[in-house]
Design a protein around this ligand. Sequence first.
Ligand code: SAH
Ligand code: SF4
Ligand code: F3S
Length: 493
Amino acid sequence: MNHQTDLTRYEEILREAPSEEPARQYYFIDALKQIISSQGQERGGQAPSCCVVTFGCQMNARDSEKILGTLKAAGYRETDREEDADFVLFNTCTIRENANEHLYGRLGHLKHCKKEHPERIIAICGCMMQEADEVEKVQEKYPYVDLIFGTHNLYSLAELLFRLFMKRQDEHNKKARERRVVELLPEAERIVEELPNARKYPFKQGVNISFGCNNFCTYCIVPYVRGRERSRRSEDILSEIRGLAADGVLEVMLLGQNVNSYGNDDPSEMSFPELLRQVCRIDGIQRVRFMTSHPKDLSEELIRVMAEEPKICRHLHLPMQSGSSRILKAMNRRYTREGYLELVEKIRRAIPDISLTTDIIVGFPGETEEDFQDTLSVVEQCRFDAAFTFIYSKRTGTPAAKMEDQVPEDVVKERFDRLLKLVDRIAREESGRDRGKTLPVLVEEQQPETGLLTGRLSNNILVHFPGPAELVGKILPVKLVESRGFYYIGQMV
Ligand code: SAH
Ligand code: SF4
Ligand code: F3S
């Protein structure tokens, strides 16, 4: 068949597409199936391959599962070799500048692969593509990128990919730029449920409960690239989890930038603690985790539910960001040093075996040595099991980027090293406290190098122990024989 008749057929498919979602995407998945299967036939029956590279947080990891679900439904076979894949997609993060640099490094690397195989598809999506400057840069400097979309239209991947194939049929589009599909929405229009899904682990699963963020911490880009907070309907969340339980999933992790404000955008919706209770009622689900809790919205009710429900894991990630009330105010975190300490004390009183982890930013504009000392002293008092420490990174468009007194790099670096030392020392001391006990472990994998099994305690700490691969995906009691700082060596009992 010649190209022009093919093009007419593609145009007809596009015209006849249903307008409602997700039916529209399933329609395009069907159309893609034919295209991709004929590509496979042309090369002797092997299906074209796809590789999804994920940067950033749990939200992006979850989005990548949905992306992969669509690609597999369309007939791609998954590969982890990005240099060889017929379709490679980068799901990007832009939380700090180094995340962006990382993408450009990887893109540059693919240039020669694309030269050798011009029919390959290189796609970029995710948070970084919600920033106009970055999209412009990609379009100018990386002409070999074929497809760009953002966080708000991820659900329409099948349609966008179809349109890319259609453009390639059109002989008028000779230049790479003319064959490219770029589609970005400035705001989230809707939540599309029931799209295909490719789950990474059979026994555990992340579940979105809300998208976006309303908090506008002054350093943070997330509200700009992920949009306003939208809660999923609890019915949809619970029915998804019931389905997961029926599929053999033991552990779910509820995901939101601030899970504690779940439902605030919908007066008819239940609160987060209530949602947690309902999730715990689902038979088959044995462990429930959630991320992330903003301290300003963490309620007494949540603490009560955590204390009462044995399925809720003994771990709380409670980002502190800074121990100085003055800096917290400039960050728009809406709690004080004292407020944070009080909250931690309440939590520890109600749930004595809880493991607390946190995020801390060093070098926020205007941070003085005294402010930094305040951070160190809160770390001493809270005794976190782990603290993720970040050097402040200026994000264009955020209020903090315009603040005066950006802290000099060498000062920040020196503070960062001091903080890291303290955080490490405390984490080492704390994480050994259950040595000698026998506790349930969810086995997640067998390490290829050592053959040891790796599992996770309820409090999120890892345990390595000898055992057969068949135990992956099971919860079993393990004796914590030896503490190695951030993990245990254990023995099955
Ligand atoms: N919604 C979550 C965190 C999302 S980002 C929350 O509020 O806790 C994860 C972490 O990245 C943040 O907790 C913060 O510590 C860090 N972070 C965000 N923006 C940053 C920036 N501009 N520079 C350095 N670290 C940043
Ligand atoms: Fe960013 Fe703050 Fe929202 Fe977390 S709560 S995503 S740090 S704006
Ligand atoms: Fe990064 Fe976006 Fe997550 S900016 S941290 S991937 S929400």
